[in-house]
Ligand binder design. Structure first.
Ligand SMILES: C[S@@+](CC[C@H](N)C(=O)[O-])C[C@H]1O[C@@H](n2cnc3c(N)ncnc32)[C@H](O)[C@@H]1O
Length: 211
C-alpha cells in the first residue's frame, strides 16, 4: 500500500502553489483535513462531495495504511481506481499549510486532535493563539473551520483561545455531531468511554488580527 498506492494519491509540495490543479477533474471547493487517523471521515466526505477536492493529512503510517486499505482491494494496489477528488499529504499538515496560497481553502477539518493535556506541552496543540493567524491565512473569508474534541482540557482550551480573537466568528459548540459531519474512530471510542465531544463550526471573518 505505502509503496504502490500512496504515491498515486500523494499531494506533492510542488503542487501546493496551485492546489486545485492537483485533482483529476475540476473541483468547486478545496478542503483540508488535519490528522485523518484511520480515514473514515476523509473517505466519507470525498464520497459524499465529489465536487470538493480534499487534501487529507496524516503523519501516522498505520493510519495512512488504514485509509488505503479501505480504498483498494488486495492485489489492486497499483491499479485499482482511486477517487479523483482525494489527495493525501503524509507529513505534518502545518508544513503543507505554510506552502498553500492565501485564502485557498473553503473548509478545514480538525477532528479529535491530540489534546496534549499537560500544560508544558500546550505549545504542541494545533489550536493555539500563535497558530490561529496561519489557519486564517489559508481559509477564505466565509470559509469554515470544523473542530471536534472529547477531551475536557482541550475543550476548555479551544473555548479560551477562540474567545480572544477576531479572525473567526464562533458560535457555542454543538453537543451532537451536526449533519454532514461523518463519524470518526476517535469519536466512537470517546462515546463508548462515556466522554462527551463538542463540535465547533467557525467562520473565517475576513478580519485580521486586532492591532
Ligand atoms: C487523536 S487522533 C484523531 C484521528 C481522527 N481525526 C479521528 O477522529 O479518528 C489525531 C491524529 O492526528 C495526527 N496528527 C497530529 N498532528 C498532525 C499534524 N501536524 N499533521 C498531520 N497529522 C497530525 C496523529 O498522527 C493522529 O493520527
Amino acid at each position: 500500500m505505502i509503496e504502490q498506492t500512496l504515491p498515486r494519491l500523494r499531494f506533492a509540495a510542488a503542487e501546493a502553489g496551485a492546489p486545485r490543479a492537483a485533482f483529476a477533474g475540476d473541483v468547486e471547493a478545496l478542503w483540508l483535513e488535519v490528522g485523518f487517523g484511520g480515514g473514515e471521515h476523509a473517505l466519507a466526505q470525498a464520497a459524499a462531495n465529489p465536487a470538493a477536492g480534499l487534501i487529507a493529512c496524516e503523519v501516522f503510517e498505520n493510519g495512512i495504511c488504514s485509509l488505503l486499505s479501505r480504498l483498494v482491494p488486495q492485489g489492486g494496489e497499483a491499479t485499482a481506481p482511486l477517487p479523483g477528488n482525494l489527495r493525501l499529504w503524509d507529513a505534518d499538515a502545518r508544513d503543507l499549510m505554510q506552502l498553500l496560497p492565501d485564502g485557498c481553502l473553503d473548509r478545514l477539518f480538525l477532528l479529535f486532535p491530540d489534546p496534549w493535556p499537560k500544560t508544558r506541552h500546550a505549545k504542541r496543540r494545533f489550536v493555539h493563539p500563535a497558530a490561529l493567524a496561519g489557519v486564517a491565512r489559508v481559509l477564505r473569508p466565509g470559509g469554515e473551520w470544523r473542530i471536534a474534541s472529547d477531551d475536557p482540557t482541550y475543550q476548555g482550551w479551544v473555548a479560551e483561545v477562540l474567545a480572544d480573537q477576531v479572525l473567526f466568528d464562533v458560535k457555542p459548540p454543538d453537543t451532537q455531531r451536526p449533519a454532514g459531519w461523518p463519524p470518526t474512530r476517535y469519536e466512537a471510542k470517546a462515546l463508548a468511554a462515556g466522554r462527551r465531544p463538542l463540535y465547533w463550526s467557525l467562520c473565517r471573518t475576513g478580519r485580521e488580527e486586532a492591532i
